[in-house]
Write a protein that binds this ligand. Structure first.
Ligand code: ADP
Ligand code: MG
Length: 334
């Protein structure tokens, strides 16, 4: 039977386990609004990301994976502020009330919501093209916030994890990238393990919440990389009126990326591809050892890739020592 919207809210959101108890959530789904109790010593962080079928994920994609990607990219923004996840709301438009789709979507959401102690507290639902809008709330102590501003000349630039996997994963899924035909997996190079890794990198990026909280005391600025390193680091450079110098041979790539792509394609994917959801932070020289130790304790790769320099431009040093300008062009929707 086709469920009504009240039935959908009850079955797949209110009673699905998604609104598990969490400190500070006084009232979740069911009234006209949620009631939240923000601790007096914390700031409330809000961030929202909209995912559109055909733009942010392929048509007919697995609903559990779509749900995880939708929540993960939002949690990545909380990581970029060094915030702890608090709760989230969900605005959903979908073409039809499809029980199988909703069950998959709800169960995918539940897994990630539980893993990050971030219950669903409300939302809205309507018929329409498939769109998923999530707004996350986070908590952070005022003196532990990570912002785009704060980078100074001489600070070192670091990134978490590996770069370029998002764009390379798009190519591995057979989907168009903004690079066109030039970003294709080398035939026969990808093992089944590489393909699994890339698939997970696209649908299940790991929000770097714990790493960001560990790093927050030591960084001067930070951002999450959703639109390519050049564009997102460019935001930090512009926010601070500084330039950047990247050691391109230091950019961290996954085994799958290295196996499937030329070095120059790995670099292009890292600089201009999207969907990596890694952190990019700047650290004053005196804090580098402490930041590296804090990152090491989380077990997540943390790689020094360059430095903040005078000026306003971003340059890259190639393996042969030559320097070239890197345009801060990120992916653009319009
Ligand atoms: P109203 O008509 O007052 O906007 P709704 O019928 O839209 O109320 O929503 C009823 C309750 O269900 C509210 O608490 C709302 O937050 C919640 N809700 C609606 N849609 C969703 C959703 N997609 N996910 C979670 N909660 C939802
Ligand atoms: Mg409503």
């Amino acid at each position: 039977m086709i469920p009504s919207e009240f039935e959908i809210i009850r079955r797949y959101f209110a009673e699905s386990g998604l609104q598990f108890p969490r400190a500070g959530v006084t009232l979740g789904i069911g009234d006209d609004g949620a009631l939240l109790n923000v601790p007096a010593d914390k700031l409330l962080v809000m961030s929202m990301d909209v995912l559109v079928e055909g733009i942010h994920f392929p048509p007919q994609a697995d609903p559990a994976l779509v749900a995880q990607r939708a929540l993960a990219v939002n949690l990545s923004d909380l990581a970029a502020m060094a915030a702890e996840p608090f709760c989230f709301t969900l605005g959903l438009t979908l073409p039809a009330a499809n029980n199988a789709w909703l069950a998959g979507f709800s169960s995918g959401l539940l897994q990630l919501a539980r893993a990050f102690n971030c219950p669903l507290v409300g939302g809205d639902i309507s018929r329409g093209l498939l769109n998923i809008a999530i707004q996350v709330q986070g908590l952070v102590a005022p003196d532990r916030v990570m912002r785009r501003s704060g980078a100074k000349v001489g600070d070192q630039i670091y990134v978490s994890g590996s770069l370029g996997d998002g764009a390379i994963a798009l190519a591995s899924l057979g989907l168009a990238t903004q690079f066109g035909d030039s970003m294709q997996l080398q035939p026969g190079a990808a093992t089944p393990q590489h393909l699994l890794y890339l698939h997970a990198a696209f649908y299940q990026p790991e929000p770097r919440i714990a790493l960001a909280q560990a790093l927050a005391p030591y960084v001067s600025s930070g951002i999450d990389i959703s639109d390519g390193l050049a564009g997102d680091l460019g935001h930090i450079l512009r926010a601070n009126g500084v330039g950047g110098l990247l050691q391109l041979s230091a950019l961290p790539f996954s085994d799958a990326a290295r196996a499937c792509m030329s070095v120059s394609n790995c670099q292009r994917a890292a600089l201009y591809g999207g969907d990596d959801y890694e952190l990019c932070v700047t650290v004053a020289l005196a804090q580098c050892a402490a930041a590296e130790a804090a990152a090491a304790a989380t077990g997540i790769a943390f790689t020094r890739i360059g430095a903040i320099v005078a000026g306003t431009a971003l340059h890259g040093v190639d393996a042969d020592g030559s320097t070239r300008a890197i345009e801060p062009a990120a992916f653009r929707h319009f």
